[in-house]
Design a protein around this ligand. Structure first.
Ligand SMILES: [Zn+2]
Length: 250
């Protein structure tokens, strides 16, 4: 538990430095933990140091998966969670038809994972039409700010800009607080790193109330970010949960 806490809180500066380099190298898909690219000119070199897709779960590299398997467990730390949901996906699916819808969701995942990796997130799961990212001090020392900036970058990447129609309408929720982050599942391919707790659920609920093109964050996230990093207007809203949220329009 203590080792996990120290690790997630950034006690290993080499891991952060490594990731800062991997995420700059082309090109996706990437390991959802260390952001090492699985394609591009550096991929053959990276494969030599174990940064190749893990066979049973190719979202992770061999290196990260073997560390997870060895260190099974986790810790409760302060972190930020980002949820991005496709808005009106049922209507969208009806309009586009299943094949076109699949193409658009696929494009959303590819673009979304890349934006999240660039922002310093550990990408958790894709659930239906949702992408989830966790920001911990290990890879994002100012995790709250990174999560909000990444959320805004995601809106931009999907074309959610003032006066424009996005190629996929999404809403983003960000929350900051204590949560358990660690491994779930079994070694041998089904092991994953995930985060669990009420603060994670709040991020999911904030995403569910965000309208297309909006990022909704809780007070905690809002206080922690730099005011200058957020464009557009914001207005307070009644967030689900007793705490209040703040909504940043585009
Ligand atoms: Zn990795």
């Amino acid at each position: 538990m203590e080792r996990w806490r120290a690790y997630l809180n950034g006690a290993d500066p080499a891991a952060r430095a490594g990731r800062a380099l991997w995420q700059k190298l082309p090109s996706p898909p990437r390991c959802v933990l260390c952001a090492a690219p699985f394609r591009g000119p550096f991929a053959p070199l990276l494969r030599l140091i174990g940064k190749r897709p893990f066979t049973k779960n190719p979202r992770y590299c061999d290196f990260c998966m073997s560390r997870l398997i060895k260190a099974e467990g986790g810790a409760e730390i302060e972190m930020s969670a980002l949820f991005a949901d496709v808005r009106g996906s049922t209507t969208l699916a009806e309009q586009l038809g299943p094949t076109r819808m699949r193409e658009i969701i696929d494009r959303f995942y590819t673009a979304g994972v890349d934006v999240l990796c660039q922002g310093g997130a550990m990408v958790d799961r894709f659930m239906g039409d949702q992408i989830v990212g966790y920001f911990v001090p290990l890879y994002a020392s100012m995790h709250s700010r990174s999560a909000i900036e990444t959320g805004l970058a995601l809106l931009k990447a999907t074309g959610s800009l003032p006066g424009k129609t996005p190629w996929i309408p999404i809403g983003v929720g960000v929350n900051t607080g204590e949560a358990f982050i660690g491994t779930v599942g079994r070694a041998g391919g089904l092991l994953e790193l995930t985060a669990i707790g009420e603060n994670i659920n709040v991020a999911a609920r904030l995403a569910s109330i965000a309208e297309a093109g909006e990022l909704v964050c809780s007070d905690a996230g809002h206080r922690a970010r730099s005011p200058s990093c957020l464009g557009g207007t914001r207005r307070p809203i009644a967030a689900p949960d007793p705490r209040h949220g703040a909504r940043a329009a585009r």
